[in-house]
Ligand binder design. Structure first.
Ligand code: GLU
Length: 304
């Protein structure tokens, strides 16, 4: 497959002028990002790297980090996880409070904010030094010791994270949060502030395309069975209330973040990351969705 040729075509066919969207502004630090950025990196199991545009520029991965914290929590507590979080698509915005109230503080899935906050609570309980240990886990997966949090983004979100504070307090009232809410929120904001390039993101998510093992070192991070389950959750819940649309248009498991990144994987084939900070009304990168739709259309392969 001529992946570089296909990526070149995608870059050429996509005209930034056709995408309105807005850079996320509810986290003031993210509002500073240039909306015209666009980059893509594809990493194949045959160890090929293909890219274009701003693929080597760091951006805030935001909700994409929820897949990584889920992987670590799943490893730490196993199926106990599912006593506290469900695995159903929410059909609601990522930061919605409504369902939590009538579903007794049990989040619909681990990839919306409420579910990710319960995962953060689990990590705060089980890790000695949560921020440091989680970062070490991400660096181990990526085989890259330079990956780091973005302090300014974490502090900016902490200052304005009123909805996340509301979510965690509501869950605490139902008994679904064990630790002090302030401590859990602090961990969550740092987790979301992880900064990566498209290349680093594609490298990080390679484990989900490679049955839970890293490609570089062959180290097993997650069991194949748990990898299957996490991929299934990405497929059904990875795009807020647009998971159906992403599945329909792209046909790969993936996860988006309000920093404008999207990562997707084709099991046993590749992982791919795309970044375009302007978001559609559902909070997903408009240009990112189109780029990935073109990728599976032009290659003629998706998981379906
Ligand atoms: N840190 C963001 C929040 O909690 C993540 C949202 C996202 O990327 O979907 O609002």
């Amino acid at each position: 497959m001529n992946y570089q040729g296909i990526l070149n075509e995608i870059e050429k066919e996509i005209d930034l002028k056709n995408f309105d969207g807005k850079v996320a502004s509810y986290i003031p630090e993210l509002a500073k990002v240039n909306g015209e950025k666009f980059g893509m990196h594809l990493y194949t199991l045959k160890n090929g790297h293909y890219s274009f545009g701003d693929s080597n520029e760091k951006f805030s991965i935001q909700s994409i980090s929820k897949v990584l914290s889920l992987a670590l929590a799943f490893d730490l507590v196993g199926n106990e996880l599912w006593d506290r979080i469900d695995v159903e698509p929410s059909g609601d915005p990522f930061n919605s409070l409504a369902q939590l109230e009538y579903e007794n503080g049990i989040p619909r899935n681990p990839l919306i904010n409420s579910g990710a906050l319960v995962i953060s609570d689990i990590l705060v309980t089980h890790l000695k030094n949560p921020k440091k240990d989680f970062l070490a886990f991400v660096r181990q997966i990526t085989n890259n010791p330079t990956i780091n949090y973005d302090d300014a983004v974490a502090k900016s979100e902490k200052k304005w994270g009123f909805r996340n504070a509301a979510l965690i307090n509501l869950m605490k009232s139902f008994g679904n949060i064990e630790n002090k809410t302030k401590k859990v929120l602090d961990f969550y904001f740092y987790q979301c502030s992880l900064s990566m390039t498209c290349k680093e993101l594609a490298e990080t998510f390679m484990i989900f395309a490679n049955r839970g093992a890293t490609l570089e070192t062959g180290e097993r991070i997650i069991t194949p069975s748990r990898t299957k389950r996490i991929n299934a959750i990405m497929q059904t819940c990875g795009f807020y209330d647009e998971a159906g649309e992403f599945t329909f248009r792209v046909g790969l498991p993936g996860k988006s973040g309000v920093g404008g990144g999207i990562v997707a994987i084709h099991p046993n084939e590749y992982s791919v990351a795309v970044w375009g900070p302007k978001l559609n009304p559902k909070g997903n990168s408009a240009i990112g969705m189109t780029a990935l739709e073109l990728l599976t259309t032009k290659t003629g392969y998706s998981i379906f």
